[in-house]
Design a protein around this ligand. Structure first.
Ligand code: BG6
Length: 648
């Protein structure tokens, strides 16, 4: 098989990047001793330097309360970079050259006395490095200080003189519509909108930026990109992590503020906006703003119908959200949210757009699923085909990065039978770039005055106008929390919400999900991907029997959402299985009679892998049959010959 990377050249490694470096500037970081600086900003600057994208006329001036000298700051950064750099190999000479350009002054930015020494140092560095008077102010501090900092910089004359002066502010930009409006007023009191760069780190992700490239550089999709061809769109941001010790911050935030209002609305805008007249920053941001302004604002009653919240409870060995450090034991903060939105414009009228995100879920994965309208089934009457699947275009944002198209193909053989198949593009196979932090492109673009990847005041406000009615309604009504167990798909109400529309969440089953079963633990990507494609969704009602003791088993099951009970001979419950559990593995190994009955406890969604499909996949991947044989013997006490395994 040809090596795809040999065909698709990667500018990052195969050829020198022809992009010009950053513009000359002094980067003045407020909050330079904090987490953001060491984890993201400095690794990003280092990546730019390694890739030849950092101007020689560039220096960093860090400032924070911590009493450090420049030497101590450099030593601390040199230690931290070892932990946080993202490159395969650390380039010591590049780092040595870079760190010599780092400087530090300690002090409090709320104290006006610090500004004169800072100004003098910036002037000195400007002369030393030839930065042409350009200053990039990076506010790596809490948002409540943004206004003060903007004022102080203005009042102490930092904005004067030759060169450009630009400000990057971190998220969150406001915690409500009102606070966002206030923050915009404060920040823009003395600065122009075109000097303010509001970071949303999702816009720094290659896979998110690619949404625009994909939509507007490929002619075949735009004609389909509307209500006539698209049935619904689903945005899913699942996090397996919990609040990771950030309870203090998170408890006054919640997932709607933390993920949806910003990151997810940015992706929504990219995916659904109209075609801009050009790739000029404001041409793109105008369209994004228009799109967000077209999202329907809900009444309190509509919030109840269209939005669902959740909070994780404890699992056997881990605390629930209310037991996390710095969290109110009666907290009403949502760690999960799912909502249906409507974009009230000509293109999207009537197309539901579903968003969901949560912490402590079963898997980590961000995907956007564009589900097309189904082809008419009637043409297949008289054939063994009983139903058609929708075509789906899936943007895999992370951790797997790629794009996939799902369609159906005829199964080879004399009769007309269909099977879902897919075409997939993976970034890892096509490009060889180093992993980045996402902040490289932010610093780079800001230095060039390119605000495309930054949010704008009106955009932020439009996003808050959509989120605020939901937040208000939730604040005013009781929450029945906790309502989902750690490491599941989230609250049942989210499945019920979409089911009311006759639809279901499309769960992207990943390799990690399959690997929860010993059968698949050693599987390679090709094998596992084939298994994933062969999974067929089914839904069963409470009380339905999935496996009857004594029946020959011909399939295995993966629970997507719900609960099933394993029963003993007397009908007693031996075990309850739930989201993510796999059962009935023996069924795809051998046609042995089932040794227990399994019944749905509540309405449950499952995936089924038929033995016929499993055997076919093993025939295509003969080397893997040996592994399966071994696992069958060790874990399931089934002795099965290779021929039987491969015989569908
Ligand atoms: C941050 C949120 O903005 O984004 C975190 O504050 C969240 O709670 C994080 O975990 C997710 O970012 P990523 O890049 O890991 O998807």
């Amino acid at each position: 098989m040809p090596d795809p990377s040999a065909v698709l050249r990667s500018p990052a490694t195969d050829a020198p990047d022809v992009s010009p470096p950053t513009e000359p500037c002094i980067m003045l970081i407020f909050g330079a001793s904090g987490d953001l600086t060491k984890r993201l900003l400095v690794p990003a600057i280092y990546n730019l330097a390694c890739d030849g994208l950092l101007s020689e006329n560039f220096a960093v001036l860090g400032t924070a309360m911590d009493g450090m000298t420049t030497e101590q700051f450099r030593a601390k950064m040199s230690e931290d970079i070892q932990k946080f750099h993202t490159r395969k190999e650390f380039d010591q000479p590049a780092w040595d050259k870079l760190i010599a350009r780092f400087h530090y002054i300690s002090g409090s930015f709320t104290d006006l006395k610090i500004y004169d020494p800072l100004k003098a140092k910036v002037a000195e560095l400007d002369a030393q490095y030839g930065a042409g008077g350009n200053v990039l102010f990076y506010f790596a501090v809490a948002p409540r200080f943004f206004g003060t900092l903007c004022d102080n910089l203005h009042n102490t004359g930092f904005k004067d003189g030759a060169g450009w002066k630009r400000v990057i502010v971190e998220k969150p930009f406001g915690t409500s519509l009102e606070s966002a409006l206030q923050l915009n007023r404060e920040v823009l009191a003395n600065w122009n909108e075109n000097q303010i760069y509001r970071v949303d780190h999702y816009l720094g992700k290659e896979t998110v930026q690619n949404l625009l490239a994909f939509r507007f550089s490929n002619g075949m999709f735009e004609p389909l990109w509307n209500k006539h061809h698209i049935d619904n769109i689903q945005f899913n941001v699942s996090e397996a992590v919990d609040v990771e010790g950030r309870g203090g911050y998170y408890d006054s935030s919640g997932v709607l503020r933390d993920m949806m209002q910003n990151h997810m609305f940015q992706m929504l805008a990219y995916l659904c906006m109209e075609v801009p007249g050009s790739f000029e920053p404001d041409a793109i941001r105008n369209e994004k703003a228009k799109l967000l302004q077209s999202v329907r604002h809900y009444t309190p009653e509509e919030v109840d119908l269209n939005a669902v919240r959740g909070q994780y409870g404890p699992s056997l060995d881990k605390p629930g959200y209310r037991q996390e450090k710095d969290v109110n034991p009666e907290s009403k903060t949502e760690t999960y949210a799912a909502a249906k939105f409507h974009v009230d414009n000509w293109r999207w009228e009537g197309v539901p757009i579903y968003l969901r995100s949560g912490k402590a879920l079963w898997k980590r994965g961000t995907e956007i699923v564009v589900e097309f309208k189904k082809a008419p089934e009637v043409i297949f009457r008289g054939t063994p085909i009983t139903g058609l699947n929708a075509n789906r275009l899936i943007f895999h944002i992370q951790p797997y990065q790629g794009i996939e198209i799902q369609f159906q193909a005829k199964v080879p053989g004399p009769r007309m039978q269909l099977q879902p198949v897919h075409m997939k593009f993976g970034y890892g196979e096509a490009f060889k770039a180093s992993r980045s932090t996402g902040y490289e492109v932010m610093i780079y673009s800001c230095s060039h005055g390119d605000a495309t990847l930054f949010s704008r005041g009106d955009l932020v406000e439009a996003a808050w106008r959509v989120a605020q009615p939901i937040l208000d309604r939730w604040a005013a009504t009781p929450a029945d929390f906790p309502n989902y167990i750690r490491s599941t798909w989230g609250p049942k109400a989210a499945a019920e919400m979409i089911a009311r529309d006759g639809r279901r969440w499309f769960e992207v089953v990943t390799e990690d999900v399959l690997k929860q079963s010993p059968l698949f633990r050693d599987g390679d990507t090709v094998f596992l991907e084939q298994v994933i494609m062969a999974l067929k969704p089914i839904q069963v009602a409470a009380g339905d029997v999935l496996i009857a003791k004594g029946d020959p088993g011909r399939e295995l099951f993966l629970i997507e959402q719900g609960e099933v009970e394993v029963l003993d001979d007397a009908g007693g419950v031996i075990r309850v299985l739930t989201d993510g559990d796999v059962f009935g593995e023996v069924g795809v190994l051998t046609a042995k009679a089932r040794n227990a009955t399994v019944r749905a406890k509540i309405p449950t969604d499952l995936y089924v892998l038929a033995k016929a499909d499993f055997s076919r996949i093993l025939r295509d991947n003969p080397t893997f049959a040996d592994t399966i044989q071994r696992v069958a013997k060790e874990r399931f006490r089934v002795d099965v010959g290779t021929d039987a395994l491969k015989a569908g």
